[in-house]
Design a protein around this ligand. Structure first.
Ligand code: 1GP
Length: 233
């Protein structure tokens, strides 16, 4: 039973999902056990990735956390160099809010050499960058424009274009450390429009924000910075 079908089954039974994001550049492998122990109840997935990660660090981080948890570990790669068989699956991202072919198809082509022989479950994901109130790493590295939060229809159409192109997930990203998470209005409108699971991340720091994202329609919320800094407010 694959990761994606498990996710669908959980969501069908009304169980919201919560992923903790590990950025291998900031993660200290010797603290993996502590990190896993500190995770609050309700965490269902570990995501591993970042916009800029040194070669090999991804595999080290994945291997380190795998020692202490049975939670599924899913790659959330910023580039084709962040692929390791030590994980269970990979969000095969296309930055569909952007117009940079490098992150629409080039990195994907370059990843094939590693992926074709791997056992990673590949999950096609439409990645939509939304303005979180400050320039984020995704914006800087991809050199693309985030969609302003006022352009709700653009976000909805972009997400639907992702679904129509066969993406299995839509990921609304406000950017790591965003000042403003994706608005409830956007989450709600996208959720109404698509019929594939919806991931929301960026700038979620408190239980209240987490609950609001779920209530608005997020199926899976991703939290990175808050856990690097000790937990949810
Ligand atoms: C970033 O969506 C994730 O890709 C998480 O963002 O670090 O702000 O939680 P934060």
């Amino acid at each position: 039973n694959g990761l994606y079908s498990q996710l669908e089954a959980k969501l069908a039974s009304g169980e919201k999902q919560l992923a903790v994001l590990i950025d291998p550049d900031k993660f200290n492998d010797t603290e993996a056990e502590e990190f896993i122990k500190r995770l609050p109840e309700g965490v269902t997935h570990i995501f591993v990735g970042g916009s800029t990660v040194e070669d090999e660090k991804t595999a080290l981080s994945v291997t380190a956390v795998k020692k202490y948890t049975n939670l599924p570990v899913i790659l959330f790669p910023g580039s084709h160099t962040q692929i390791t068989d030590a994980a269970d699956g990979i969000l095969f991202l296309s930055l569909i809010s952007g117009r940079n072919p490098e992150y629409l198809i080039e990195q994907q082509v370059r990843s094939v050499q590693k992926l074709r022989d791997s056992k990673l479950e590949i999950i096609p994901t439409g990645y939509v960058l939304i303005d979180g109130g400050k320039e984020c790493a995704v914006q800087r590295v991809s050199n693309t424009r985030p969609i302003p939060q006022t352009e709700v229809e653009t976000v909805v159409h972009t997400s639907l274009a992702g679904q129509f192109s066969g993406k299995k997930l839509i990921y609304l990203e406000a950017g790591s450390g965003a000042l403003k998470p994706v608005s409830e209005e956007i989450v709600g409108e996208v959720k109404k429009a698509i019929n594939i699971p919806l991931i929301v991340g960026g700038g979620i720091r408190s239980r209240e924000q987490l609950e609001r994202a779920f209530k608005a329609g997020a199926d899976l919320v991703v939290i990175g910075t808050a856990f690097e800094n000790g937990g949810l407010n």
